[in-house]
Design a protein around this ligand. Structure first.
Ligand SMILES: [Zn+2]
Length: 65
């Protein structure tokens, strides 16, 4: 299980996924934005937003495998 949001795992393989904190487009509070790369025939790049404040959620579902 990889714990996101913490420090980089030492010695671990870094996925191409990126996450950063930016303001939520809906409520303006800090939300988790992300960029996920998935090889699905071609390389697809998803942009995501997940806000804990208002529940706003866009794009790729982090919780789905
Ligand atoms: Zn929000």
């Amino acid at each position: 299980m990889i714990a996101y949001g913490g420090c980089t795992e030492p010695g671990g393989m870094e996925p191409a996924d990126e996450r950063w904190e930016a303001s939520c487009p809906r409520c303006g509070e800090p939300a988790e934005h992300g960029r996920v790369e998935r090889a699905e025939g071609s390389l697809n790049i998803y942009r995501t937003v997940a806000c804990d404040h208002c529940g706003h959620h866009e794009g790729f579902d982090w919780l789905s495998p």
